[in-house]
Design a protein around this ligand. Sequence first.
Ligand code: TRP
Length: 360
Amino acid sequence: MTTELHDNISDTFKASIELSKKAEQSLLTNPEKHRILTGDRPTGNLHIGHFIGSVQNRIKIQNLGVETFIIIADYQVLTDHDAHDKIAQYSKELVIDYLACGLDADCGKTFFFPHSQIPELNQLLLPFLTLMSTAELERNPTVKDEIKSAGLSTINAGMFVYPIHQACDILFCDATVVPVGKDQLAHLESTRVIAKRFNKKYAPIFKEPIALLSEMPMVKGLDGTEKMSKSRNNTIMLKASEDETVAAIKKAKTDSDRIITYDPINRPEVANLIEIISIFTKEDPRIIADKISDRGAAGLKSMLAETINETLRPVREKRKLLESDPEYIENVIKRGVDKIRPIAQEKLAKVLEVMNMKYF
Ligand code: TRP
């Protein structure tokens, strides 16, 4: 294990950006040569932060004609949540949200599956665990951050090794490109290292995937703090009603200046709300500010609520339809599992073969 994983984070980051740009180009010119895999932990419903970030990006890639695998990382939830009573329900909610936004389980190229339903994927964990040192896991910046933000004094072993489990999610299906946010880059690096080490030690059977860093617009929460999240109660859920949306935005933080201007340095909260409008309408933030002008914070908030409600109206309508058809949602997941499991079975068989564990 000579590669110094997570030793020089800034160099790795620069290299990742370069690779990401190349991957983006290649997805555009040769969509048929790619298979993307990405995913989420099923911990609840999606909100507008997801909508303007990861979900739009996935839809864009799907619509290029790229095979799109969406993993529902249910085992990963166990590493840091006490939510096991609701995992299947949350997984289904997640699928409903994705489909309502425009991911299309009927296009023949997009598949959803919980990784718990693919035993052969999970079995890769055992050999992969031997390909990484505990020191390397201790250095993983994402795991360190997650431990810090959860305020944990000790962590369970599942949390410690989850980057290795995530490598199983990605490598089993020969994903070429993995669309992720910056916070997941360390895991992509681990995944590439595991593929390299396995290929060198046994036989070259794994592809080294590339992280596609989506240009996620970095908007802050409605309260002006760092990140939008359901637990911080500073976002709008996709499934919220129009009235709930208006009420939540009424509570958003602004300032006492009567005239609305776009000034990210001196008026960060107002600027953030203008930026959210701008992402939805694609209009320049300064023009938006001019339009609101002396209508003040109330004008800004009503424009934001209207913009979000208008954009989400079709999504919310579709969501209701999907919600009323639980059988369809189960079927979507079942179809995903049926498509994916043979891929994992074939890969595990190869893995066992090259590790000389083929007995019959
Ligand atoms: N760790 C990711 C998150 O918390 C979720 C995830 C699990 C994932 N497996 C994955 C993302 C594979 C990309 C590829 O958001």
